[in-house]
Design a protein around this ligand. Structure first.
Ligand SMILES: Cc1cc2nc3c(=O)[nH]c(=O)nc-3n(C[C@H](O)[C@H](O)[C@H](O)COP(=O)(O)OP(=O)(O)OC[C@H]3O[C@@H](n4cnc5c(N)ncnc54)[C@H](O)[C@@H]3O)c2cc1C
Length: 403
């Protein structure tokens, strides 16, 4: 029996496992499919800026059991491509080695490290489930305790999409832990070294963001770098010291260090370069999908570290890995359409379409869409076996089952 191993139970890895199971069944294959991941739940990472981060996870074992996919809980620590084996750390003392015929790497991304003294000790982020919960515990503390220096000022480092969403949600996050007066009194300061708000310079989106910040009473400092962080302050490059007990870093992601285990080409974000089938360049029988993969979305654009790219990439990697094992043709990964929906808290949301981010919707209408995306479209199917299978086709979206 041939073995397909998928590493990482995130958006790409889970989608890869479900699509692989679909293709295996569809083609009367006899492939043994195993998902290896650190946890047995999918973390809804795009929702980690919201309140109650502890609820942002979906257990996936029932789904895997239903489709006959094996699960191993552990951390992959070694890959030996010449021997077709990986090592999995199950506990501190227990490590096991398993072999594969095809391997899919979908271990996602981690916070990009920044050389700012004090950042590691005195800042927070929302890049992982544990980090988001830790931040929430800190927010509770600063909202309720008295006499913490800088407790009313919240600095967000990074004015990209995650920074914007975090800033716009922060007042209501504090409100959850306190009262109207405390939430109204906080000062939110968004800082970025770039001279524009949002992921790329754009006059039209900048207008929407500026208006939203004005209405939400959020201060913005652009073209500024933080050079030091302490427990109760930050220092800017121009010498200004600002008192704050909370610095939330949203400046970006880099490929999971699992990518470093392979001696192959990587891009500037540490991602594994892949071909059109999502096979890792320079090594045999290994695919990559999601944030860990540098794939071409179309002739002019690389896929971004986003769910909207991770899920179709996962589907293609699962499909192509099974097809490799069954001697069937691959399907090329391509995703020319691109859109973003940015949550603007109580003010609404902003929907843009295209790589040049043309505004197509704002306000409450866009907010309703954002709520559907966050509350439904990005959730995996949770029905019966037939329903899960139907939503595991390479071209199927998960959402339909949840609407
Ligand atoms: C705050 C925030 C907001 C975001 N907002 C959006 C948004 O609005 N829209 C959007 O499209 N995207 C958004 N993203 C990006 C999106 O969440 C990621 O692109 C997506 O999660 C990538 O999917 P993935 O499967 O590659 O990685 P992940 O979802 O991170 O999954 C990786 C999995 O691999 C496991 N793993 C890691 N290392 C190992 C190992 N060594 N061994 C075994 N398992 C391992 C992890 O535990 C995890 O389960 C956001 C991300 C963040 C952090």
């Amino acid at each position: 029996m041939k073995k397909l191993i998928i590493v990482g139970g995130g958006f790409a890895g889970l989608k890869a496992a479900l699509t692989a199971a679909f293709e295996n069944k569809e083609n009367d294959g006899n492939i043994n499919i195993t998902l290896v991941s650190q946890n047995d739940f999918l973390v809804m990472r795009p929702r980690l800026y919201e309140s109650n981060p502890e609820k942002m996870r979906v257990p996936f074992r029932p789904m895997l059991d239903t489709l006959g996919i094996n699960f191993v809980e552990g951390l992959v620590s070694k890959i030996v491509p010449t021997e077709h084996t990986i090592s999995i750390k199950m506990t501190r003392a227990l490590e096991m080695e398993i072999s594969y015929d095809q391997l899919i790497l979908a271990a996602g991304s981690v916070s990009k490290s920044l050389p700012i003294p004090g950042l590691k000790e005195h800042s927070w982020n929302i890049n992982s489930y544990q980090a988001a919960i830790a931040l929430d515990g800190h927010l509770l503390k600063v909202a309720r305790l008295k006499n913490i220096g800088g407790q009313n000022r919240f600095v967000i480092l990074g004015a990209g999409i995650t920074g914007i969403e975090m800033a716009m949600e922060l007042r209501s996050r504090i409100h959850v832990h306190s009262d109207d007066a405390t939430a109204a009194a906080i000062e939110i300061l968004l800082i970025d070294q770039a001279d524009h708000i949002g992921p790329a310079p754009s006059e039209t989106t900048a207008e929407v963001f500026e208006q939203a910040f004005k209405e939400a009473n959020i201060l913005v400092k652009l073209g500024q770098t933080i050079t030091n962080i302490t427990l109760n302050s930050i220092l800017l490059a121009d010498g200004e010291e600002i008192e704050t007990a909370t610095v939330i870093v949203t400046t970006g992601l880099q490929a999971n260090p699992l990518a470093d285990l392979l001696d192959v080409e990587r891009d500037a974000s540490g991602r594994l370069t892949v071909d059109g089938s999502l096979r890792v360049n320079g090594v045999k029988n290994i695919f990559a999908a999601g944030d860990i993969a540098a794939a071409k979305a179309d002739d002019a654009h690389m896929a971004l570290m986003s769910c909207q790219h991770a899920m179709p990439m996962g589907a293609h990697a699962g499909y192509n890995a099974v097809h490799s094992l069954l001697g069937l043709p691959h399907q090329k990964y391509a995703q020319p359409d691109y859109s973003t929906c940015v949550d603007l808290g109580e003010i609404g949301a902003l929907l843009t379409k295209g790589w040049d981010r043309q505004i197509v919707m704002t306000g409450p209408e866009a907010k309703a869409l954002k709520q559907k995306i966050n509350g439904s479209y990005i959730y995996p199917p949770d029905g019966n076996a037939a329903d899960i299978l139907a939503h595991s086709h390479i071209d199927a979206h998960w959402a339909d089952s949840n609407q």
